[in-house]
Design a protein around this ligand. Structure first.
Ligand code: FAD
Length: 491
């Protein structure tokens, strides 16, 4: 079928009756439940954009000839990569980059894993075939996805098999003729209950040894599979209107603990079974990490543009843009934006065909950007907080402005340089929701952790970085010294 519309997305979620829990109750229908209905609407809007802007958002399926989502496309040229980025950008613009799990993130993952399948074939050619078929299935049915990579946080000093209650984590229970039975917990599924299917994959950064093979699995199943439960954290969408909570009321994606109770996974949906070695290499050797990074960096360029826009508007609103330190803080964010763009353009400019014929961005540039952004994102929001000052707390609600008595008072009290109180507070509420609200705080936490622990990522980055050229550079410089080495002993 061709790419889906917003209504089709909602209808599927409604019919699926995914097993979602929140606040101690089972959710009958996430599309109407107060904690989920607004983000469902935002997701629907993203799917509608595919048809509002088909030239950018759709392409012709190589198998069915249908118009399918551009972010599923396997790029074969730099032009294709740019087309993918333009579609990613289009979706990010619709949310100010505030939905980390717009569908393009995991579409990139299934595209890469369904194309570079040799790794899965190491254990059995069937697994490679499964990954190829799954990519095609997702693309042809515009499947929305969540994913879960992490074992529960019980005792990080021990491997999974050494944990006191080792089978608390998702593990293989039984191999049957028709599939496998799995049981246990996985974390942390953003958009858990409001998507069609779940990808269960190994962590991108945590490596396992052979004794962890029972926990080393990769598969995909529908979110309404029997035995599957999504236990969602409390919502940061407090049911306020879009004026009061401009971001939380639209883009609160939710994060869920995922419980598997003796869940059956048919073999055709299994990609890795009991194989820590393949799991450890999955994201790297399939190129998934590269294509996902391309999506992330493209999205974060837009997110930085959005935050820079808020910062500049705040400066204008209260007339602080001529102060030296304020300009300097604006410059810091501008430099971040331009640096992120440069990473992205270098990644696309230096892209190369991989051995499967997929045009793959230059990972050096993307890897630097994905390691760097979690470090600078808190600074961007800190700058917005510093510049907003009391303005981020003096934020009456829309209802206050409508009130006969206090409305006129606050409209005057909260005026800006060239804005009335209503206009200025609307802007400052946006700045607050991007930084200080529960939603804004989660954004900072998300940017820090969603790709894995940045500390471990940074250690891997250091270990894998080609350091010799720089050491040699200095050694050559030292060797050019005309002084003679003294004939000393004792070292
Ligand atoms: C908002 C949000 C959304 C998320 N969405 C998803 C999602 O959709 N799907 C998904 O699969 N995951 C998701 N995650 C989880 C994310 O993948 C993890 O948070 C990340 O991989 C880090 O793992 P952890 O949380 O288990 O931290 P831990 O590994 O438990 O680390 C906790 C702390 O201990 C330190 N630490 C732990 N082990 C070591 C060690 N061996 N050496 C040194 N230091 C160590 C870490 O540096 C860190 O400071 C999300 C996380 C957040 C915050």
């Amino acid at each position: 079928m061709p790419a889906k519309t917003g209504d089709q997305y909602i209808e599927r979620i409604r019919k699926a009756k995914n097993n979602v829990y929140i606040g101690g109750e089972r959710v009958e229908d996430p599309t109407t439940h107060p904690s989920f209905k607004n983000v469902v609407k935002s997701m629907a809007h993203l799917y509608d954009l595919q048809y509002e802007n088909p030239d950018k958002m759709l392409y012709t399926s190589p198998t069915s000839g249908d118009k399918v989502g551009m972010t599923f496309m396997r790029p074969e040229s730099i032009e294709d990569l740019i087309k993918r980025r333009e579609a990613i950008t289009e979706w990010a613009k619709a949310t100010g980059g505030m939905m980390g799990r717009s569908p393009d993130y995991l579409n990139a993952e299934v595209m890469a894993m369904g194309t570079a399948t040799d790794l899965f074939a190491e254990a059995d050619p069937m697994f490679a075939e499964n990954a190829r078929n799954y990519y095609e299935y997702c693309r042809e049915n515009d499947i929305s996805l969540t994913h879960t990579l992490i074992h529960p946080q019980v005792n990080r000093a021990k491997a999974q098999h050494e944990q006191k209650d080792a089978n608390n984590a998702l593990h293989l229970v039984e191999k049957r003729k028709d599939g496998i039975i799995v049981d246990g917990i996985r974390l942390l599924a953003t958009q858990g209950g409001i998507t069609d299917e779940i990808l269960v994959f190994p962590s991108t950064v945590k490596k396992s040894g052979e004794l962890d093979d029972p926990y080393s699995l990769a598969f995909a199943i529908p979110n309404n599979t029997e035995g599957l439960k999504f236990i969602s954290r409390e919502s940061f969408d407090y049911g306020k209107n879009e004026w009061d909570h401009p971001l939380s009321s639209r883009f609160e994606e939710g994060d869920a603990i995922v419980s598997f109770e003796n869940v059956f996974v048919p073999w055709e949906r299994v990609f890795v079974c009991e194989n820590s070695s393949i799991c450890n290499r999955t994201f790297g050797e399939t190129g998934a990490v590269v294509h996902m990074s391309h999506q992330v960096v493209s999205k974060n360029v837009v997110k930085t543009e959005f935050l820079l826009g808020i910062i500049l508007q705040v400066m204008d609103a209260i007339g602080i843009d001529q102060f030296q330190h304020v300009k300097d803080k604006g410059t810091e964010v501008m430099l971040t934006l331009e640096t992120m763009k440069s990473h992205l353009y270098k990644a696309e400019h230096n892209a190369k065909l991989d051995k499967w014929g997929t045009m793959t961005p230059d990972f050096e540039a993307l890897n630097a950007a994905r390691n760097w952004y979690p470090r600078v994102y808190p600074r961007i929001t800190e700058i917005l907080r510093i510049l907003g000052a009391s303005g981020l707390m003096g934020i009456p609600t829309e209802a206050d402005f409508q009130h006969e008595e206090i409305g006129p008072i606050i409209n005057r009290a909260m005026q800006g340089k060239n804005l009335d109180g209503f206009e200025r507070v609307q802007l400052f509420r946006l700045a607050w929701d991007a930084t200080l609200s529960a939603f804004g705080s989660r954004q900072a936490h998300y940017e820090y952790y969603f790709f894995g622990d940045p500390i471990k990522m940074g250690m891997t980055y250091f270990d894998q970085y080609d350091k010799d050229p720089y050491k040699d550079f200095v050694q050559d410089f030292l060797n050019k010294s005309t002084s003679k080495k003294p004939n000393v002993t004792g070292v």
